[in-house]
Design a protein around this ligand. Structure first.
Ligand code: 16G
Length: 241
C-alpha cells in the first residue's frame, strides 16, 4: 500500500490511500479518520509525513478538522455543470438534497456604480439587494448577494426569496429567463463568509459573478456569490473546432 522505495513521496501515497478509502466507502462522510499513531504504526512512517498528508487533504476539501475533536471525512463535492442555466433550487433537487435559504438581509437600495453598470440602469435606480445563505440539507453551500431592478422584478417578499427566485420570475411574473454570463475566481473566505458558511479561517471559496438576461436582452439580475470550495467543483465539456 505504501512503497518506501517508490519515487512518489510517502505523504502523497498516504493521501492517495485515504482518498481511495473515501471513494470505496471504507471511510464514510463525517466519520473520524484514524489517529496519527494508527497510521504511523500501520505504515511505519513518521508523524510529520502523516501530518503533511492530512493537511493537504484538508486543504483540498477531502477532510475537515474540528477543534478538540479530530479530523473527519468531508462529504463528496457537488459537481456543478457549467452548461445550462439553472437555479440553486433546481440544482439541489436534482441531486436529491433539500434546498433551503437563510436570509441575511433584504432591502431596496439605490444602485451603486457596479450594480448599475451590470444591470444597464442608471445609478441610484432602486434595486433589491438580497443576501442569502444557500443550504443543501441544511448545510451552508454558498453566500449569494443578488441585485434585481425593483421595477422589473416586482413584488418580492421574504416568503418568495426563501424559496426560488427563478420560479417566481418565470411562473408568477411570466418573464423568460434566457442566458447568463459568469466569471469564477478563487479567493480566501472573508470574515462574513467564514461566519455564515461555517468554515474555518483560511478556507478557500469560489467567487462567482453572474449577470443574467431575459429573452429580450434586458439584464434582470446581478449576483455575487461565494461558494465553498470544499463542497463544490465545476465541470464542463469542451468541443474543438
Ligand atoms: C443560482 C444562480 C443565481 C440565481 C439563483 C436562483 C449563481 C452562480 N447561480 O444560485 O444567479 O439567482 O440560482 O436560485 O449565482 P433560486 O431560484 O433557488 O432562488
Amino acid at each position: 500500500m505504501i512503497d518506501k522505495n517508490s519515487p512518489i513521496p510517502i505523504y502523497h501515497q498516504l493521501e492517495e490511500y485515504i482518498k481511495a478509502q473515501i471513494d470505496n466507502g471504507d471511510l464514510q462522510p463525517d466519520e473520524a479518520i484514524p489517529s496519527e499513531r494508527v497510521y504511523a504504526d500501520m505504515f511505519q512512517i513518521s508523524r510529520m509525513t502523516i501530518r503533511q498528508a492530512l493537511t493537504n487533504l484538508v486543504n483540498d476539501g477531502y477532510l475537515y478538522r474540528q477543534k478538540g475533536k479530530g479530523t473527519f471525512v468531508n462529504k463528496k463535492k457537488v459537481e456543478q455543470r457549467l452548461q445550462g442555466l439553472t437555479s440553486f433550487t433546481e440544482d439541489m433537487k436534482e441531486r436529491g438534497f433539500t434546498p433551503g435559504s437563510r436570509l441575511v438581509s433584504f432591502e431596496i437600495i439605490p444602485s451603486g456604480r457596479e450594480v448599475a453598470d451590470r444591470l444597464k440602469i442608471s445609478e441610484n435606480t432602486p434595486v433589491y439587494e438580497i443576501k442569502r445563505v444557500r443550504l443543501a440539507d441544511n448545510v451552508p453551500m454558498a453566500l449569494e448577494t443578488t441585485y434585481l431592478p425593483a421595477n422589473l422584478v416586482k413584488g418580492l417578499t421574504e416568503e418568495i426569496i426563501n424559496q426560488s427566485l427563478y420560479h417566481y420570475i418565470e411562473e408568477k411574473l411570466s418573464l423568460t429567463i434566457h442566458e447568463a454570463t459568469q466569471q469564477i475566481e478563487a479567493s480566501i473566505a472573508k470574515e462574513q463568509e467564514l461566519r455564515l458558511l461555517e468554515i474555518e479561517k483560511g478556507s478557500p471559496v469560489l467567487l462567482i459573478l453572474r449577470t443574467s438576461y431575459l429573452k429580450d436582452g434586458t439584464p434582470f439580475e446581478f449576483v455575487k456569490s461565494a461558494y465553498r470550495a470544499d463542497r463544490y467543483k465545476f465541470v464542463h465539456t469542451m468541443q474543438r473546432g
